[in-house]
Design a protein around this ligand. Sequence first.
Ligand code: SIN
Length: 484
Amino acid sequence: MLKLQDSTLVRTENYVNGKWVSGSAGHIEVLNPASGRLVAKTVDSNAADTDAAVEAAAAAFKSWSTIPAKQRAAYLRKWFELILENADDLGMLMTAEQGKPLAEAIAEVNYGAGFIEFYAEECKRVMGDIIPTVANDRRLQVYKQAVGVVGCITPWNFPNAMITRKAAPAMAAGCTVVIKPDAGTPLSALALCELAHRAGIPAGVLNVVVGSDSQAIGEVLTQHEKIAKFTFTGSTAVGKILMAQCASTVKKISLELGGNAPFIVFGDADIDEAVAHCVATKFRNCGQTCVCTNRIFVHETIAKEFTEKLQTSIAALKVADGFEDGAEIGPLINAKATQKMDELMADAMAKGAQLLLGGARHELGENFFQPTLLGNINDSMRLANEEIFGPIAAVQTFSSEEEVVTKANATQYGLAAYFFTRDVGRVMRVSENLEYGIVCSNSGVFSTEVAPFGGWKQSGIGSEGGKEGITDFYETKFHSLGGI
Ligand code: SIN
């Protein structure tokens, strides 16, 4: 049984209009992916439950959007402080439902809280405009006004930070929100609601509906007349369906979708640094992030040294239950995810990949997969084209800058890209030529609340984080004032 310092953070009902309410579709069993054991039973909800949450959010919108930004900021600041005070418990809840190592889970809680702190500050600085007039009897002004109720669907791989990255700017702007967290990881979302409640955030501003029928709930959030904006983090395939559904009411949308991140190591790179960052970005969250390295391109002159060092570093990773001291790689989220690793391996091996490390299920349990290194990757393989979303590192070689940039860009995705070189001219050329929303040179670590996170091409629409992350939650109004 999960032992939290504050066991009242474990909430199992929907949070709607400031109250804990049951769902109408039975129960969901939240299982620990490391052990398969039951963590908690939550309510399960249907379209009518979601509709009720939308109505609550719509009713709260007028008062929340018209209080001064400074006052909204104070509520958010209080929420942020409570999250930090409870970071250890929130981390434990996350490890229990999602599987990531506890240190990584607590780091996510802090990362997630950062969005609340940042937007509590940022909302006080969102300005309209006064435009020099075109006639003396008129004045021209531009207002920024909260867009309205926001529907959010959030993923299981970051059960905390992907909620705060959407909800915090929305709420800071004056919007009210209805969130559907992934049915596999609802406890982090509900604990955030508990803390928002304690922070005094008014009823109806933040609503969470837990449900396993993603289609029914998704249809409400994408088609309801009272939802003005919809935001989603998840796969490109699902994003396309949701985007089409939003068309019927012409909703504003933001989408954070899949990736196929290249990690390029040029011949002049600091190899030890490149190896360390490659491991960090490939194996974060057991390879289950949209920005995890997917394709590793190494210059042919250093391929042998880089690959050997990479193999040594991967072999040293500690695979364990996320609660175990020193755990670095936890389980995959579920059996389907592990099955996908088997399939990607079989496909790659049949097409000539070289197995350098791992390659099979891990003895710890059915959701564990060995950290794996493959060489000799070519473009015909599924793992060169699809998001791997697991602990398989796949290396291929290249001979020129032009060749590798062309290959790196030859994908429908455009979320994150990484490269290592000490040549400053190349840093400029390659960072400009990569068709990605996030480009990271000489580092594999970039996530921060103060900068925009968003994909090009089929990796998404809009940006979250940074000053960009709040703009989509406002409508622009031009006021032409006459009769002066
Ligand atoms: C994601 O994988 O979608 C989020 C990763 C991050 O925010 O660093």
